[in-house]
Design a protein around this ligand. Structure first.
Ligand code: BV8
Length: 231
């Protein structure tokens, strides 16, 4: 079981050009999350929700991993089976950098799901609700994304990993969204050490034993080199 459990958020992808949510001119300052990231919003106006995710899917398609994603992939490769990455992000920059077995707890832009039968398939670049489900043909296509009020994916695996972690590291997340923001407390209860790597102190900074602040592309590779050189 992983000794190092890492949670990433939008901040690790910021330097790859993908917007964050709550920074200045972040996504939630330009879209009302109740309209584009809730089941009620999708029921009201599926076209608006698909426009929002189609735009983000197009941005993600031309984004590249940055030094922070590459550093985590190096850490995973150097410590086989010891490093579990959990991400709140719906992009695939961790995978593009070479990370494996990444748990996308809020879903992925790259997948589509049928709101009627729950069948999943690879997302087309541009998705629309009337696309018939390949399994049941219902015109109920949605992004395979976890919206507010919906249950995140991988929660059992996550709780198991946190209960056995030696170290929990949160990277590029503001600590606003639960249950992800509560993972540090679960790690603390399990007796793990905890480290926040973020541009600025998060909402949950007081729960972390250690913290380093700065751009992820600087502080994450520096931290990984320390771990790998055993300092
Ligand atoms: C749940 C979709 C039950 C994907 C997202 C009332 C009704 C219903 C629910 C609730 C409620 N009140 C509270 C809740 C719970 C709710 C919640 O937490 N709401 C908040 C807003 C109060 N949570 C839920 O509904 C979740 N489900 O609770 O189910 C349950 C309960 C217990 C156990 C299990 C289940 C579902 C939450 C998922 C919602 N989906 N998005 C998408 O569109 O992308 S949330 C959205 O926020 C994204 O997923 C995103 O990943 C996530 C977290 O944001 P961050 O990643 O932290 O990004 P943010 O912009 O906030 O911060 C960026 C950070 O990076 C900043 O700190 C910044 O300083 C830093 N940064 C910037 N640049 C850099 C940098 N760091 C380093 N380097 C840089 N260059």
């Amino acid at each position: 079981m992983a000794k190092i459990v890492i949670l990433t958020g939008a901040g690790i992808s910021a330097e790859s050009g993908l917007g964050t949510f709550r920074d200045k001119d972040g996504l939630w300052t330009r879209y009302d999350l109740n309209e584009v990231a809730t089941p009620q919003g999708f029921a009201r106006n599926p076209g608006l929700v698909h426009d929002f995710y189609n735009a983000r899917r197009a941005n993600a398609a031309v984004a590249h991993p940055n030094a922070a994603h590459h550093a985590l992939a190096r850490l995973q490769a150097a410590l086989p089976g010891q490093v579990q990455i959990i991400t709140q992000n719906v992009d695939d920059l961790h995978e593009q950098a070479g990370s494996t077995d990444v748990w996308h707890m809020h879903g992925r832009l790259a997948r589509a799901r049928c709101a009627s039968c729950n069948h999943r398939w690879d997302a087309p670049a541009v998705m629309a609700v009337q696309h018939p489900c390949p399994a049941c043909t219902a015109p109920k296509t949605r992004p395979d994304i976890v919206w507010f009020g919906e249950y995140p994916f991988h929660m059992d695996d996550i709780e198991q990993a946190l209960s056995q972690a030696d170290l929990f590291v949160a990277i590029g997340t503001s600590g606003n969204v639960y249950p992800a923001a509560g993972f540090v407390q679960m790690a603390n209860l399990a007796g793990a050490d905890s480290l926040e790597l973020n541009l600025e102190p998060s909402q949950t900074i007081t729960d972390f034993a250690q913290a380093r602040h700065g751009p992820a592309s600087n502080i994450v590779p520096a931290w990984v080199e320390e771990i790998l050189s055993g300092r």
